[in-house]
Design a protein around this ligand. Structure first.
Ligand code: AHR
Length: 534
């Protein structure tokens, strides 16, 4: 009570001073500091599930300038490249330690015919899903695998179930993976890659309930069984170890039809025969508020900030809902829930090509990314893979390019700050999140996760959702001797990085203090902070 009264007094004192006096900048933070003090308790002795590095997966579809221009410029381009793949983008992505990339779609995957993208000359086709533009197929199987090599990521291929055949998909996998001297292996060698490729993840269809062919769960299940049986990985190194994981199409939301879909697939799996199997169930969930996407990606205010963040927290309910269904049929959690399309989907930028899904990426997206990653990590026993949509120039991208120019988005910086959490072990954190209210929207003010990396180092992430007030944090339970880290914040909720001003939203050292063994830090308004504690 006494503390409460003191805080109230301090608050009214600050307000009084602020209203009536022009204060030196150094005094102002102290007033705000007195307003908020949150204790975050970490219990490093208790550990949870692994935060699978695959939660930081990416998605790169043949859509807009995601592949062509974003990744592929061709070997003859003036833009510095290695075998046609831009060097600046590769360097930026390497720093993210991208674990896997889902390719070639999305809706595109169910119209993709892999033979169009090998050999020479390439077959020129169309991309009817995304603007009806020409698909030159110059970025095909070998270019994608080269891209994986260059950035150090693993391939997550989506095979065409909608308009392809099991034979086409089976031959693609034979072409990619066999070490035997088959005709397809010789063709692969003639196209420059004698050694078999590794394909650790295989998606069987994409949104088969919608753009992937509008299938019923029963119809999809019969396809799943056939593709699961015949689309084999022959790579000798993937037989006993690192076997290819097969990911079935799962739900796309929280409505009854999605629960029925999850039920149907999981029930069938529970009773499956030896001749088919799956290892993951995909889930897609975009932060959009309502379709068609109308929220602006730049030039918005606090109302849209709070609405979008409220909407993104629906991910929690969706994961819980579908995990509960999965638990019924798979209590041992053998099947991973793979959130292989997530992120913010806004109105495309005015003047951009229709169907290219080009949007800016702001401080709001950085907060959104952190909140989602934290939700995945908390459900790490079931959610073992996720792919943000999409990697470059499309939706909630890491990177934007314009010809030779490249800019890293706020979402990129969040992914980079979270690198230490890849394959780290979840450590429980308890805190009173408090609330942030704007209009009729109330959100948890702060969010946090902690983890221990393989060297035993403790990492803590804290997000301050409140765009107006800093939060002073006291961390208990760590016995900290030293701590350091980075914080990402920006002047406004809609601050973005542009080609001309690429560092408006970029990380800077976090304000961490240790005194008398007590660790404290100050969270700036609308900020994402990651610190290591030793
Ligand atoms: O990411 C854009 C599109 O969204 C994907 O192609 C599709 O799977 C989803 O509907």
């Amino acid at each position: 009570m006494a503390l409460d009264r003191k805080l109230k007094q301090s608050r009214s004192h600050c307000l009084f001073v602020l209203l009536l006096v022009v204060l030196p900048a150094t005094v102002f933070p102290n007033c705000l500091a007195a307003q908020e003090r949150v204790q975050v308790t970490i219990d490093p002795a208790k550990t949870g599930a692994k935060i699978d590095r695959n939660l930081f997966g990416q998605f790169a579809e043949h859509l807009g300038q995601g592949i062509y221009e974003g990744i592929w410029v061709g070997p003859d381009s003036k833009i510095p490249n290695t075998r046609g793949i831009r060097n600046d983008v590769v360097a930026a992505l390497k720093a993210l330690r991208v674990p896997n990339v889902r390719w070639p779609g999305g809706c595109f995957a169910d119209e993709y015919h892999w033979r169009n993208g090998i050999g020479s000359p390439r077959t020129i086709t169309l991309n009817p899903n995304w603007g009806g533009v020409i698909e030159p197929n110059t970025f095909g199987t070998h270019e994608f695998m080269d891209f994986m090599d260059q950035i150090g990521a693993e391939a997550y291929l989506s095979v065409n179930v909608g308009s392809g055949t099991p034979r086409e998909a089976a031959e693609w996998l034979e072409y990619l993976t066999t070490a035997q001297p088959t005709t397809l292996a010789k063709e692969r060698a003639a196209n420059g890659h004698p050694a078999p490729y590794k394909i650790p993840y295989l998606g069987i269809g994409n949104e088969s309930w919608d753009c992937g062919g509008n299938m019923t769960p029963e119809y999809y299940l019969s396809q799943l069984k056939i593709y699961s049986r015949f689309v084999r990985n022959y790579n000798p190194e993937q037989q006993s170890q690192q076997q290819m994981l097969k990911i079935a199409v799962g739900p796309g939301g929280g409505e009854a039809r999605w629960s029925e879909w999850t039920e149907a697939i999981m029930k069938a799996w529970q009773n499956h025969q030896w001749s088919w199997d799956m290892n993951g169930l995909s889930m897609h969930n975009y932060t959009v508020v309502r379709w068609p996407p109308a929220f602006k990606s730049v030039g918005f205010g606090e109302t849209e900030y709070s609405q979008i963040l409220k909407s993104t927290l629906d991910m929690e309910g969706l994961i819980s809902k579908h995990s509960a269904i999965m638990d019924k049929y798979d209590p041992q959690k053998k099947i991973a829930l793979v959130v292989d399309e997530w992120g913010a989907w806004y109105a495309q930028l005015p003047g951009s090509h229709p169907g290219f899904l080009l949007q800016q990426n702001s401080m709001r997206d950085a907060i959104l990314a952190a909140l989602n990653i934290n939700m995945f990590a908390r459900h790490g026993d079931r959610v073992r893979m996720a792919n943000i949509a999409q990697m470059i120039n499309v939706l909630q991208a890491m990177i934007l390019t314009d010809k030779e120019k490249m800019v890293l988005t706020p979402t990129y910086h969040v992914f980079k700050m979270y690198v230490p959490f890849q394959d780290a072990t979840f450590v429980p954190v308890t805190f009173n999140a408090g609330t942030y209210t704007h209009g009729d929207i109330t959100l948890p003010r702060i969010d946090a996760i902690a983890a221990k990396d393989s060297a035993g180092k403790l990492w803590l992430e804290i997000t301050n959702v409140d765009p107006n007030q800093p939060v002073e944090i006291e961390v208990a339970g760590t016995n900290a001797k030293s701590a350091q880290g980075q914080t990402l914040t920006a002047p406004n909720v809609d601050s973005v990085n542009t080609f001309d001003q690429p560092t408006t939203v970029s990380p800077r050292p976090a304000s961490v203090k240790i005194s008398d063994g007590k660790l404290s830090l100050r969270l700036e308004p609308k900020s994402v902070t990651v610190i290591s504690v030793e």
